[in-house]
Design a protein around this ligand. Structure first.
Ligand SMILES: Nc1ncnc2c1ncn2[C@@H]1O[C@H](COP(=O)(O)OP(=O)(O)O)[C@@H](O)[C@H]1O
Ligand SMILES: [Mg+2]
Length: 234
């Protein structure tokens, strides 16, 4: 589904990611872990097309998208739930969803909206409410819903659980599990490493902009030393 080959990227001349290679198979969930400043968000931003590429390539379903504009990537089937949610805070729940689905015909928009409301009944109850008046967990649900309006095949999620109450984290992971069951491929950046390891199939750990470790989630959990060094410490 997605392959990064020796990807180096950053912001103008600043380099944030150094020669990173990783791959996610269709329907698989990959957890991207690592301490603050490791380059996780920059990697996600590169996949969306929002960084300066210094080298290497990004392949999506076999197609080289390294220099494809961000809007085209959304059309190809990649959507982002950004760190900090970045909702349109003055717009209603309904209107935030409209923005996420703006490229689709009305009929599709209606179906997608119903899917989002079925996944997150709390959003359906609050559909006329202004985004800024939602709780943190509801805002995260809306950020996920907005991304789903684009009908992604690959969903990139940056810091799903950050700042959320445990109950809300549960609801967000439940939704993610339902999406995975529907065949969506997921790249998850998550500071709750235990949670991420329980959910993901594969794990990549980054430190200082480079890949420090990659393996299956089961392998990582089973190996205490690996867990402590790469995961427990972060
Ligand atoms: N907009 C930016 N301009 C310049 N440097 C940035 C920008 N965003 C992040 N960085 C730098 O890139 C590196 C990786 O950051 P980031 O990808 O946000 O890490 P993470 O998401 O793992 O915490 C850090 O050194 C950070 O300071
Ligand atoms: Mg980040």
């Amino acid at each position: 589904m997605l392959r990064l080959e020796n990807l180096s990227c950053g912001y103008g001349p600043v380099r944030a990611v150094h020669s990173l290679s990783l791959a996610i198979a269709e329907r698989e969930t990959l957890a991207l872990l690592g301490p603050n400043g490791a380059g996780k968000t920059s990697t996600i931003m590169a996949i969306m097309g929002h960084t300066t590429i210094h080298g290497g390539s990004i392949l999506f379903r076999g197609e080289d998208i390294t220099h494809v504009p961000p809007v085209k990537r959304v059309e190809l089937g990649i959507a982002l739930v950004p760190e900090g949610r970045l909702l349109f805070s003055d717009l209603s729940v309904e209107d935030n969803l409209t923005v996420g689905g703006y490229r689709h015909a009305m009929a599709r928009d209606h179906t997608n909206r119903q899917r989002v409301y079925a996944l997150f009944p709390r959003l359906a109850e609050r559909r006329a409410q202004i985004a800024s008046s939602l709780s943190g967990g509801e805002q995260q649900m809306l950020a996920m819903g907005r991304a789903l309006m684009a009908e992604p095949k690959l969903l990139l999620i940056d810091e799903l659980s950050l700042g959320l109450m445990p109950k809300m984290v549960d609801l967000c992971f439940d939704a993610l599990a339902a999406l995975r069951k529907d065949g969506v491929t997921i790249l998850l950046v998550e500071q709750n490493t235990t949670r991420a390891l329980d959910f993901a199939d594969q794990v990549c750990v980054m430190t200082s902009g480079s890949l420090a470790f990659s393996g299956s989630a089961a392998q990582t959990k089973a190996n205490d030393r690996l867990f402590d060094v790469f995961v427990g410490a972060s």
